[in-house]
Design a protein. Structure first.
Length: 321
């Protein structure tokens, strides 16, 4: 375990055991992303926002960033414990209903436990509602889930879209393994690879992992190394600036996203016609003859006809102009 935890903190060269020189951050952080993501990446690369620890000469040997509000740690732990207890009481009926749906939807256990790397790389078992078929990784080993993953069950897709599968992690908070807010915990097998690939990846584990986090409310799930580098910038920003105001902002953003995802999924469940079904009319709107064949009533044909004329660049008839 010690060897795994130190892979990203003690990177030595193969020639004489000398320390590797610092890698230029600008070269390592070249993700093409618009908006706030680029600003955070530039801050990370240029050290304009993130305060580097002194005498940092080896990847991860000294943390790239240091937590500014150390006084907040004990208070944050107390708030986590209180919030987890209150949320479990409030959400218990919904969690019971979710457990029943998982049980009825596919064979296998209701809860899914998986080893993750916690604070300082210490492993723990994260708890989630099962969203995949049983033994989903029997033939693949540890891999990231991709769009259209056939291992995800029907109810599992809904749970993932609404993040209801994460609710059992409130028990992880009560056990002291996680915080309500922090960098998301990754699997030890993947952590070992990422520590070898991305400088300072282990620094994100200087705080307790969270059920939600800064990177989670701003970015989509990890899919490749570039996305991991971008999320790492957000995680390191959080590690340095963790405080009550930032945590409150993330809690509110998480609540809004959760409400939005539930409403979005509820709309899907109503069975409204999909975009592909409606979009088949669009080509006919630029062709008068096809429009007349598609829209049977004279009123509809009259409405479409001026669009066809306008599309041809001709002058609109007096009744329309």
């Amino acid at each position: 375990m010690t060897a795994v935890m130190n892979q990203g903190r003690e990177r030595k060269s193969s020639c004489g055991g000398k320390d590797l020189p610092p890698r230029p951050m600008g070269q390592d952080m070249d993700v093409q992303t618009a908006g706030r993501g680029v600003q955070v990446m530039q801050a990370y690369a240029g050290a304009t926002e993130l305060r580097a620890a002194p005498n940092t000469s080896v990847y991860g040997e000294r943390p790239l960033v240091e937590t500014r509000n150390r006084w907040y740690g004990p208070l944050k732990r107390s708030l986590d414990f209180l919030a987890a207890g209150v949320l479990l009481v409030i959400l218990s009926p919904l969690m019971v209903l979710t457990a029943v749906l998982v049980r009825l939807s596919s064979p296998g256990p209701i809860l899914y436990r998986q080893r993750r790397s916690g604070k300082n790389g210490r492993p723990f078992a994260i708890i989630k509602f099962r969203t995949m078929v049983q033994n989903a990784e029997a033939g693949t080993g540890p891999v990231w889930s991709q769009a259209g993953d056939t291992r995800i069950t029907k109810i599992g897709k809904f749970l993932r879209e609404t993040h209801l599968d994460e609710f059992p992690q409130l028990f992880n908070i009560l056990a002291g393994h996680m915080s309500l807010i922090g960098p998301r915990p990754e699997r030890p097998e993947i952590v070992a690879h990422l520590e070898e690939t991305i400088p300072h990846y282990a620094d994100r584990m200087d705080v307790l992992p969270g059920v939600t986090g800064f990177a989670q409310v701003k970015l989509p799930p990890d899919s490749n190394l570039d996305s991991v580098r971008l999320k790492l910038a957000y995680d390191l920003y959080y590690v340095q600036h963790v405080g009550p105001w930032l945590d409150l902002q993330i809690v509110l953003a998480t609540a809004l996203q959760f409400a939005g995802s539930v409403i979005s999924q509820a709309t899907v469940m109503l069975g409204l016609p999909k975009h592909e079904t409606v979009a088949r009319f669009i080509p006919h709107l630029l062709d008068e003859q096809a429009a007349k064949a598609t829209f049977r009533t004279p009123a509809e044909a009259t409405i479409v006809s001026p669009l066809a004329v306008a599309a041809d660049g001709a002058k609109l008839p007096p009744s329309v102009a």
